[in-house]
Design a protein around this ligand. Structure first.
Ligand SMILES: [Zn+2]
Length: 307
């Protein structure tokens, strides 16, 4: 399973427009709320506790005491009969140390938190983070500039002036492992930590298919000509709202040249080296992303000969 996929919640989207039902669940003491403080989800326990780390799902009353009246909240779905919400508590100065949450747990950057909890909880973090982040950035109508208000339990914003409707967006990104015989192509972005190499990636542009985006990005970033493109899997990536579309791409040759504006370096890596890299080893000063990233799963699948 790829992290951020596989949510255990039933999204129950038909309930979002039932304002009475949503309101009763918001007040129901058996419901659960995940607080996010400045987009960091809440985790139970102390920063010193070891795994497994539990997601900080709280009773509505506790969480609500931290949020301002205008705080964004979202209905994430149902766990059995129990409703689960996300709530923005960014207004609170230091909720991990002061107030109702003090001593219960701590807030952690969403990417880090997702790698500490179970895969099911990571998927809840992904949904919550992407939606609260979207609300934080869409307080004003992109069409006329007037304030927007939340509708449908957090899945729509409505402009109070021109009535334009705005929906949470997902931005498609292609991430592809180019292969040629017994080697795959990895690159080091200019902003990457030293030694970190990954599959190449880029946003799908308007008017473009996934396959066209894969071919264009590999040509732009590495001057590699691509034949067959095959789909592997997707990963929701809530930073802030991407859907990573993982593909394999057959290169026509190993001729390669890094685009200096985007990449510090590109390298062909032999399959036997790739097998060591996915075990977390560093080989020739080179390492690859951990399992939180779909790039790891692309490299693993190819290295193990499953593709
Ligand atoms: Zn408007």
């Amino acid at each position: 399973m790829i992290p951020f996929a596989g949510s255990p919640l039933n999204r129950a989207s038909e309930k979002r427009t039932d304002a009475n039902w949503i309101e009763s669940k918001r007040r129901d003491p058996s419901s659960l709320v995940l607080p996010l403080w400045r987009l960091e989800p809440f985790l139970l326990g102390s920063e010193k506790s070891g795994p497994p780390i539990e997601l900080g799902l709280l009773r509505p009353g506790i969480a609500d005491s931290l949020a301002g009246a205008e705080a964004a909240w979202v209905f994430l779905g149902l766990d059995g009969d129990r409703a689960v919400f996300a709530l923005d508590v960014s207004q609170a100065a230091d909720p991990g140390n002061v107030g109702a949450l003090a001593g219960l747990g701590y807030f952690r950057d969403a990417r880090m938190a997702a790698s500490m909890v179970s895969l099911k909880d990571a998927a809840i973090i992904g949904q919550a983070k992407a939606l609260i982040d979207w609300h934080q950035r869409h307080g004003f109508c992109p069409r006329c500039g007037a304030p927007t208000t939340t509708m449908d339990a957090g899945y729509r914003r409505l402009c109070g002036k021109c009535n334009a409707e705005h929906f949470p967006r997902v931005d498609p990104v292609v991430i592809m492992l180019a292969t040629e015989g017994e080697a795959c192509l990895v690159g080091r972005g200019k902003q990457f930590p030293s030694g970190m190499f990954s599959a190449l990636a880029g946003f799908v542009e308007p008017g473009e298919t996934i396959e066209e985006a894969v071919r264009r990005e590999l040509m732009e970033e590495a001057s590699v000509r691509i034949g067959e493109v095959t789909y592997y899997a997707t990963q929701p990536w809530p930073f802030p709202s991407s859907l990573m579309i993982g593909c394999f791409a057959k290169a026509e040759s190993r001729d390669v040249k890094a685009d200096e504006n985007e990449l510090a370096e590109v390298r062909w890596v032999e399959r036997r080296v790739a097998r060591e890299l996915i075990e977390g080893k560093q080989v020739d000063g080179l390492r690859v992303p951990p399992p939180i990233a779909i790039a790891h799963h692309l490299i693993r699948t190819w290295a193990l000969g499953e593709k």
